[in-house]
Design a protein around this ligand. Structure first.
Ligand SMILES: Nc1ncnc2c1ncn2[C@@H]1O[C@H](COP(=O)(O)OP(=O)(O)OP(=O)(O)O)[C@@H](O)[C@H]1O
Length: 252
């Protein structure tokens, strides 16, 4: 059995350069069971680059990525997903013309690693439908199962993305700007929902919306010029002089 103190997700000394540009400089961070860990930093700081290395789309020059203590650095994105890494994206990956249920079934199908040509029969497959319907219920979209995805509000689409990720039974979520494009009421309701999700699977979240970050995060890591300059609780980060100078734009 995995030691309960082993982080669910971890990067150890990750380095990544694009020619002379050091986009990730010796980044060590972890995600613990039950927490929301927010990754913040100015534009171009290297947040997406780091997330891509965690999810498997980009290979670090050195350093390693671990899930439940297992080194997954050499594994491609799909394998990490099957091991329980649930992702939601800055730009929606949903099929807009399909119904909500179809998108969720497609997610469940992907979770089983089956080829997409089986999609039609997948819709009639009871276990895939069950898992899709359960995920929709978990995010509160069960009454919209037959709605065309394009007709959902932005906030509901985010919830559907989480439902799709939930069909994998994720052990950890990696979310890229979940609040992007949501108005004040949309981000408030998504904040409430994510708050309730952390017990199911911890969340590593890149987010620019500081209200959401301060409301949700158990810990915050601040990335500036490819380096983590601080990791701590909301109170610690708010009080951190270097963070205030470098990121929050305040006089320390
Ligand atoms: N494939 C690439 N080739 C070359 N340079 C890249 C590549 N991907 C990212 N970069 C550079 O690496 C740096 C970090 O970019 P990254 O997108 O990770 O930052 P970010 O913190 O996610 O920014 P934002 O908040 O604007 O999304 C930037 O200077 C960017 O131009």
């Amino acid at each position: 059995m995995t030691d309960p103190n082993t982080p669910v997700l971890e990067t150890r000394n990750i380095c990544k350069s694009f020619n002379a540009l050091k986009a990730s400089q010796d980044i060590t961070l972890n995600l613990r069971a039950g927490e929301i860990h927010a990754l913040i930093g100015p534009n171009g700081a290297g947040k997406s680059t780091l997330i891509a290395q965690i999810a498997g789309g980009l290979k670090p020059d050195s350093g390693s990525v671990h899930m439940d203590g297992r080194d997954v650095t050499a594994l491609p994105t799909a394998k990490r997903a099957r091991l329980g890494l649930g992702r939601t994206f800055q730009v929606s990956a949903l099929a807009m013309e399909d119904t909500v249920l179809q998108n969720a079934v497609l997610g469940a199908l992907g979770a089983q690693g089956r080829p997409f040509r089986l999609f039609q029969s997948a819709l009639n497959n009871a276990s895939l439908r069950d898992s899709a319907e359960q995920a929709l219920e978990r995010v509160g979209l069960q009454d919209h199962a037959r709605t065309r995805t394009a007709e959902l509000s932005h906030g509901q689409r985010r919830q559907l993305e989480v439902a799709v990720a939930l069909t994998l039974n994720p052990k950890a979520f990696v979310m890229d700007e979940p609040m992007a494009g949501l108005g004040a009421s949309g981000s408030k309701s998504l904040t409430g929902f994510l708050d309730s999700l952390r017990e199911q699977a911890p969340i590593l979240m890149v987010e620019h919306d500081m209200d959401a970050v301060f409301a949700l995060a158990d810990r915050i890591s601040v990335l500036v010029y490819g380096q983590i300059i601080a990791t701590g609780t909301v109170a610690e980060i708010r009080a951190h002089p270097e963070v205030r100078r470098a990121y929050l734009g305040e006089d320390a």
